[in-house]
Design a protein around this ligand. Sequence first.
Ligand code: SF4
Length: 420
Amino acid sequence: MSESPTNTPKSPKPANKKKRKRINVRKPDVMEKVEAEVKSHYTSSIVEKIRANGGEVTLGKTTIKLAQQFGFCYGVERAIDLAYASRKVFADKNIYLIGEIIHNQEVNRQLSDMNIVSLPWEKMDEQYDALTDNDVVIVPAFGAPTHFIDKIEERGAGIVDTTCGDVMKVWRRVRTYAKEGYTSIIHGKAGHEETLATASHAMGVDKDGQYLIILTLEDTDFVCDYIRGKVSDKDLMARFGEKNVSKGFDPAIHLKQVGVANQTTMLKSETEEIQRRIQQAVVDRDGGVKNFQMFDTICGATQERQDALFDMLKNHMDVLLVVGGYNSSNTAHLVEIGQEELPTFFIREADCIESLDKIVHYDLEQKKEISSEYSDLLDLDANVTIGITAGASCPNNLIEATVLRICELRNISIEDLKNL
Ligand code: SF4
């Protein structure tokens, strides 16, 4: 048996904690109205027509192909429904949201227009102290760290929890690791809402668990080198810093027994490789796997969208457009997959396609929006096949706008599209 992590003090439960006020806003009459409203905001008849046409349409010299799976997932749909329902059920109350409901500016703008006020998600500020038992706070689809929830409960505000069930599955897993004395190695982005929340759950119910967050294969190899005794404690801590480890993390103690979990929206192939490398390092050190656990927590929706893109890439396309919020992890991974094969542009909306040879898009390497000229990719005289996909947080109306923008630039009649 390895030593259990012991150097993180247990946090006392808040003495003045009020009774939980989890609220169910899913009332049949409310949901009927919500459904109609959500449909009017985010669906698209044109996207449905293209889907009904096998996901592909050719008009003149232009072919537009849609991935078999893209856009809103079940977790996102549920979160949006619950946010809309909250406004209806609590018409006269202050409603707050921790950060963004999902990573899509169009959806977040709609909620802001409903006077649902976003609170900081990286750190709590005085707005959390000012909450009252007459307020309602929506927890987004990615969840929120446990100390945020504790604070809201302590203030007595009502909570509408839209955390996706797939995210909660990861939390259950890392809490089990903590209970069994295993440190969670979380494959995810330290600055992502879901990973912050997962890290808080990795501390376990008693807050004495430990975690280490890694993002890349290079991070993984560094940790593996540490496990094999080739890297010092000091160098490991210097690489990962405070942001990526739990309070009191001591690699000499806390990397003896490890369990790997991942943010639900990572690239599956990369997560599998990370699991494999860490397992091998533990075997090399211990001669067996008893000090290693793993659990694939990539969600079904992320997986389906990645698989659909791999399928799509088997056939010719000249260019791929990936539509979604620039801070959306699952969307960024679709871009990574695409750009291995063909010119791929990560756009947040249709207007990013400024002209037939100029596009504004997010560059994953530079981590910023840039403008690119792509010469004859969409040449009017050439036959062109344009692929479109989108992450789990992108509504179909944004896909429709992208299709319409392509039609406008390539002189395709919208009527032709509508008459499919
Ligand atoms: S992307 Fe996956 S984890 Fe996130 S909300 Fe959708 S189904 Fe849930």
